[in-house]
Ligand binder design. Structure first.
Ligand SMILES: Cc1cc2nc3c(=O)[nH]c(=O)nc-3n(C[C@H](O)[C@H](O)[C@H](O)COP(=O)(O)O)c2cc1C
Length: 198
């Protein structure tokens, strides 16, 4: 069992994946970890669509790239020849791609309340994957093609797609870890905003 803090430190957004299949039960294990997350009133308003089908993943990749194009207003810059294909271009070969959805129930707490009822679960899923040596990445840019993705995955009214997460072994295992983050002392205040004295 890896140390929890090592797992947290190793988890990061992975851009390149091996096509190798996942171990038996790995998907259900990370989703079970996801369901241990908190949600408003413990509604557990989540559904996880696990895309395994080659054609579905290929189309998701296409819509992801189109989402990038729409968000930038232009095509993404060409990839350097020595760089392996980014997961968006090779999504059909990523073993699984998980779409995390949340129920659109009437809320008084605002949009943040709904997001706060799915993103902890997404983070649990990504941490559980990292604990198994698997890479993931939380992505949202495909939302620029929201309707096309909803149709592709058959997501009904009343549910909202919140994060698309590729999952597989990183092409370079060293990429698990090494994330750059601001130091704790820079982002922590005591008792009152701006007081950095511990
Ligand atoms: C709200 C949100 C949206 C994101 N959308 C995308 C995305 O569409 N595509 C992508 O490749 N990464 C996306 N990311 C991943 C971030 O780019 C990544 O977490 C950040 O760069 C830190 O990377 P690291 O964990 O590898 O250090 C998103 C992350 C968050 C929290």
């Amino acid at each position: 069992m890896p140390d929890f803090f090592d797992v947290v430190r190793s988890q990061r957004g992975i851009a390149h994946y091996k096509p190798d299949p996942l171990p038996e039960g790995a998907v259900e294990r990370v989703i079970e970890a996801a369901t241990r997350a908190p949600s408003g009133s413990n509604r557990q308003p989540w559904r996880f669509i696990v895309a395994r089908d080659h054609e579905t993943k290929r189309r998701l990749g296409e819509l992801y790239v189109e989402g990038q194009r729409r968000s930038r207003g232009s095509a993404p810059p060409p990839r350097p020849a020595d760089e392996p294909p980014h997961f968006s271009e090779a999504m059909a070969d990523v073993p699984v791609v998980v779409m995390a959805c949340v129920e659109r129930w009437p809320i008084t707490g605002g949009e943040a309340y709904r997001g706060a009822s799915i993103y902890p679960a997404v983070q649990n899923l990504m941490l559980a994957a990292a604990a198994m040596g698997l890479g993931t990445r939380l992505t949202t840019i495909w939302q620029h093609c929201y309707d096309e993705v909803a149709e592709l995955l058959g997501v009904p009214d009343g549910w909202e797609m919140m994060a698309l997460i590729p999952m597989g072994y990183p092409q370079d295992p060293d990429h698990l870890g090494g994330s750059r983050r601001k130091p704790v002392a820079e982002i922590t205040y005591y008792d009152r905003w701006g007081n950095a004295e511990a």
